[in-house]
Design a protein around this ligand. Structure first.
Ligand SMILES: [Zn+2]
Length: 560
């Protein structure tokens, strides 16, 4: 810290956050900071801003990063912000940055309350941390109280319906459940069939064939659920033993409510919620025999069968070179691209090294039972790409379409940005007029609100106007041979540990879809390859920057 307090160097940092009410724009924050610095006779030497939308973790904070770097280089003595919470996304980030700045002898000031001290930061973080704990505690306590009152904590399990009860004060309490006889029958059947050795696939397939509706999935936000269309799947029945999921592991069926099996944590890097298994001692169980569906014998028979399967798997794993369940699933350049022609679902690697309809193998109604060896499928698709998909003529047509589309797109860009700039100029003129009027007007409140409106509009518009890219050169016509060469090379390096991944990505970009259709004869599979001309042209041109090829690009799709 400089001893001369009259000539400190100031860095301003502003971050706009939509989560705040009456949020000041980052430019406004900088202006206020500037004023604060001037009042203290300091010199502003650096300005940093981030206009990321609050809560959107993927938006980097380039401004804040830059501030950190310059702080380490000793470029300034004071950081002025609107409030300390601008300095990070959460308390620990703010505290960390504050400590770092302090270490470099840099003070943090807010223009509303001046210099921030260790005490202020400490109080701020302890208050926030305590609040978080309080909230977590309350949620847990609430769930536990519900269980104690024999109400359901969380969602409804298969086999039960909600059973609203009138409370003493005449209100309807919807937290209670009772057994649904039809569904309970299915639960018992699943337990019995599994215990006598039927596989979850068999069980699921039979239920689906009989038209028994499966458990409702928890609805995703905005998703409309169609009644009666939920199918039984292996995962619904089997779940994960360790997590207590799946019909076969739900302890409610033996009359025990289980609570606090999992906790949800927010990943600080991505902001996503992830489930973690709680240790056994934290899991709480409360008996409620009114809800028992399977007998203790049925429950134990399933446990016995599971133990047998586990033992068999272990034996197989130790006897074989690798255990296919544990081995990392191989990825293929076709993963996620091949679709089942019968059900429209994904075709993936099933049975070790064969492609097949995932729906069929997970027990849905799909009848497509064909599988095909992985290398055969990949070879067919590769040779299809090389030999049949790209003929000289199809390249010609695609090229022409591409070049025309590029020109049209470019013209559209020009038109849009011209219109945008005109509008921007008109807003600027209006803002200027208002600024002039404010000097003379006795009551500026009306003008001020109009000014705010215009500024907002201007900001949005300025963001919408993208710089016009350089016109795209037309592609040349002679790359059919080049394309063949490149695909061949990609095919050759696919298994290569160093470049396989990249080659695989490139190949994927050439394929729009592959249809996996059961053929006439037993075991026969017909594959339909739909090439993506955008990817094909990009690869052939040896140019990865052909990102302009959007959905809008109409081009011939070739089939084989
Ligand atoms: Zn299928």
């Amino acid at each position: 810290m400089k001893t001369n307090r009259h000539n400190l160097r100031v860095a301003l940092y502003g971050r706009f956050s939509t989560s705040r009410q009456n949020a000041a724009s980052s430019a406004d924050q900088l202006r206020a900071g500037e004023k604060y610095a001037t009042q203290h006779g300091w010199t502003v030497v650096a300005r940093f801003t981030d206009d990321a939308i609050s809560g959107a973790y993927e938006h980097g904070r380039a401004g804040l990063q830059e501030l950190k770097q310059q702080a380490m280089l000793g470029q300034f003595d004071v950081v002025v912000v609107e409030s300390v919470d601008r300095l990070g996304r959460n308390v620990s980030e703010v505290t960390a940055l504050y400590r770092r700045l302090k270490f470099h002898g840099i003070e943090v000031h807010t223009y509303t309350s001046g210099k921030q001290t260790d005490l202020v930061i400490a109080i701020m973080s302890s208050v926030a941390e305590a609040q978080l704990e309080e909230i977590a505690h309350k949620t847990r306590r609430g769930a536990k109280a519900n269980i104690l009152k024999k109400r359901s904590a969380g969602g409804r399990a298969y086999g039960y319906v909600s059973d609203p009860k009138l409370t003493a004060d005449g209100k309807l309490d919807k937290g209670h459940q009772k057994i649904c006889p039809e569904e309970a029958e299915i639960v018992r059947r699943i337990f019995e069939e599994y215990a006598i050795g039927k596989s979850p696939i068999e069980i699921a397939r039979k239920l689906n064939l009989e038209g028994v509706p499966g458990p409702r999935r928890p609805r995703k936000k905005g998703e409309i659920q169609v009644p009666g269309c939920s199918q039984w799947q292996v995962i619904t029945i089997l779940g994960h033993a360790s997590r207590g999921t799946g019909i076969l592991h739900n302890e409610l069926y033996r009359g025990w409510r289980v609570w606090n099996q999992r906790m949800y944590l927010k990943n600080p890097d991505t902001g996503k919620r992830v489930a973690r298994q709680n240790p056994e001692e934290d899991i709480e169980r409360i008996e409620d025999q009114d809800l028992r569906i399977v007998t203790e014998e049925q429950w134990n028979a399933v446990r016995k069968r599971e133990a047998v399967i586990r033992a068999n798997m272990k034996k197989r794993a130790s006897g074989q070179e690798h255990n296919f369940r544990d081995a990392r699933r191989p990825t293929s350049f076709l993963s996620g691209i091949i679709k089942c022609a019968a059900c429209g679902g994904n075709v993936g690697l099933v049975l070790r090294d064969r492609w097949g309809c995932l729906g069929h193998h997970r027990g849905t109604n799909c009848t497509n039972n064909r599988t095909k060896r992985r290398d055969v499928v990949e070879q067919r698709i590769l040779s299809g790409l090389i030999d049949r998909l790209v003929t000289g003529e199809s390249i010609e047509i695609a090229l022409q379409a591409y070049n025309e589309e590029c020109q049209a797109l470019y013209a559209q860009w020009l038109r849009q940005s011209d219109a945008g700039r005109e509008k921007l100029a008109s807003i600027d003129a209006q803002i200027n007029n208002i600024m002039k009027a404010i000097e003379f007007a006795p009551d500026v409140s009306v003008l001020a609100s109009r000014l705010t409106e215009l500024s907002k509009e201007r900001k949005a518009l300025a963001e919408a106007i993208k710089p016009v890219p350089a016109p795209m050169p037309n592609l040349q016509h002679d790359f059919s041979a080049l394309f063949h060469e490149r695909v061949k090379n990609l095919g050759a390096v696919i298994g290569d540990p160093d470049h396989g991944r990249e080659a695989s990505d490139k190949l994927r970009s050439l394929i729009q879809a592959v249809e996996f259709r059961p053929g006439q004869a037993r075991g026969e599979v017909s594959l339909t390859l739909v090439g993506d001309m955008a990817g094909i042209l990009a690869l052939a041109a040896g140019n990865d920057n052909l990102e302009v090829m959007t959905e809008a690009v109409v081009c011939p799709r070739n089939q084989m």
